[in-house]
Design a protein around this ligand. Structure first.
Ligand SMILES: Cc1ncc(COP(=O)(O)O)c(C=O)c1O
Length: 490
């Protein structure tokens, strides 16, 4: 998927279509866009370059006339794979041109690719984003940490397999505040908790394994387990979280030996598993021989009251592997997360991590160690909890004003998300595109459950109050418009 980060210069004496023609020509002639590369549609190119479609067409026509581009069977445009000069013999395209079809890892879903691209664009209101707004991130403290670090000699060598000891100790102390008793020896530092899921998928389970999880689930929006040849089995949720009654039957029916759960401020529903349900879950898991991955990405982001204790804190037999992260509170860009679990398992995952990246960035680890051990983290949490509470209440109020007759939702007591269920029929893809055309970026429910047709994951963590004030009424109008068209067509 091409993602040109260039725009023509409207003040240049060279006409815009010629600038585009030159830009693409250079990409092709320097091998950045090798033969067979599929170009985005005219519509997508005109949006990317900020020009109208006829300008794109003029540039592409010139390139086709000179033999650099050609049409493909699907009606798109590709970089020509045949010889440019009649005298040159045909060459085989580089093998990675088929990477998306032949590589082991699945590509992201197209909507996620668009989200990832548009999150970097300016002027877009990110109404579903899973990260804190930059105004909530501790930029001042971060600079202070770096200044403090720069005062003494830093380690420039490769990190230890499980991660820097000071950080692992700080993580163990941090986890103790959550009731999780772990020593530094049972902590593995990872480059974001997403990496933990990848390590688990390639290190602990056989191909073909079935993994039970909530449906909807964050796991459906990434392909960590599916790319490792595993199957996700979604289990229903209610207001208390994952429903445990069907757990034993599902484990037996699919010979599943692992359950992934995100029990606290669940992504995407925002729900929190009750204490009673947690106890049932552990009991059922024990009875069915299930091991558990507990994803605690949002645990500390409570807004109204502390959530029930982590499953890991109730586990005395090493049944639970716990993943945590600094991404949702301190800095997603730092890429620091962790896994806590039985020492032999942590050792196995550390060994795989060493083969993958020789450890997480030492600068990130040292920064994270200082952040956690200096007490700044707790003070920052107090601050962001109250900001998140204001933002959540603001979004709830706007939903009440503009969505009351067309959607339903629950009030989350922490985390980032409100999972709204549209009570009118609207195709989610059309909604995503119509909202994007008006500069609103959404996370549709089918990213978290392929069969979902009616939910949106809204986030109060990123967009400002002013942005929400503009986006929520606009979104309501788009939903009503599409619902009307849908009614008329059915
Ligand atoms: C539930 C959950 N787990 C894990 C992650 C991955 O976070 P990171 O890799 O930044 O730690 C996310 C990010 O959105 C998430 O929502």
């Amino acid at each position: 998927m091409l993602n040109p980060d260039w725009k023509p210069d409207a003040s240049s004496p060279l006409p815009v279509y010629k600038q585009i023609e030159q830009y693409i020509r250079e990409k092709v002639l320097h091998g950045e866009w090798p033969p067979g590369t599929r170009l985005p549609s005219h519509r997508a190119l005109s949006a990317l370059f900020g020009v109208n479609r006829s300008t794109v067409a003029a540039a592409l026509n010139l390139l086709s006339a000179s033999g650099l581009l050609e049409g493909n069977r699907g009606g798109g445009t590709v970089v020509r794979s045949g010889p440019l000069e009649p005298s040159t013999s045909a060459v085989k395209a580089p093998i990675w041109m088929n990477a998306a079809d032949e590589g082991i890892h699945y590509p992201n879903l197209p909507v996620i690719q668009t989200i990832n691209r548009m999150e970097a664009a300016s002027g877009v209101i990110r109404l579903g984003t899973g990260e804190l707004s930059p105004e909530l991130l501790p930029h001042g403290s971060y600079n202070q940490l770096l200044a403090e670090l720069s005062r003494c000699r830093r380690r420039l060598s490769y990190p230890e397999p499980q991660g820097c000891p000071q950080l692992r100790e700080a993580i163990a102390r941090h986890a103790a505040a959550d009731g999780i008793r772990a020593s530094a020896a049972s902590v593995l530092v990872v480059s974001g908790s997403l990496q933990a899921l990848h390590l688990i998928s390639v290190g602990l389970l056989p191909r073909g394994a079935a993994i039970l999880t909530e449906k909807p689930s964050y796991l459906y929006s990434i392909h960590a387990f599916q790319s490792a040849g595993m199957k996700l089995i979604g289990l229903p949720m209610d207001k208390e979280g994952l429903q445990t009654e069907k757990l034993a039957d599902a484990a037996a029916a699919y010979s599943a030996s692992l359950l992934y759960t995100n029990p606290t401020f669940h992504n995407p529903t925002g729900r929190t598993m009750s204490m009673e349900r947690r106890m049932q879950l552990l009991e059922q898991a024990r009875a069915s021989g299930l091991s558990i991955i507990e994803d605690g990405a949002y645990n500390e982001l409570w807004i109204d009251h502390e959530p029930p204790p982590a499953l890991k804190s109730l586990d005395s037999e090493g049944r639970v592997l716990y993943t945590g992260t600094l991404s949702k509170s301190f800095s997603p860009g730092l890429r620091i997360g962790w896994v806590i679990g039985p020492e032999p398992v942590i050792g196995r995952l550390a060994d795989i991590k060493m083969q993958m990246d020789y450890g997480s960035s030492m600068l990130s680890q040292e920064t994270a160690a200082l952040w956690l051990s200096s007490g700044r983290h707790e003070a920052h949490l107090v601050h962001i909890r109250s900001r998140l509470r204001e933002r959540r209440d603001h979004l709830l109020e706007l939903l009440h004003r503009f969505f009351l007759d067309i959607a339903e939702w629950d009030k989350p007591s922490g985390g980032f998300y409100i999972w709204i269920k549209l009570t009118v029929t609207v195709p989610l893809r059309a909604l995503f595109e119509a909202a994007l055309a008006e500069g609103i970026l959404l996370n549709p429910g089918d990213l978290y459950d392929r069969n979902d047709r009616q939910h949106l994951r809204l986030s109060y963590a990123y967009a400002s109050a002013a942005e929400m004030n503009g986006a929520v009424p606009a979104l309501s109008a788009i939903v009503r418009r599409l619902a009307k068209t849908e009614r008329q067509e059915s």
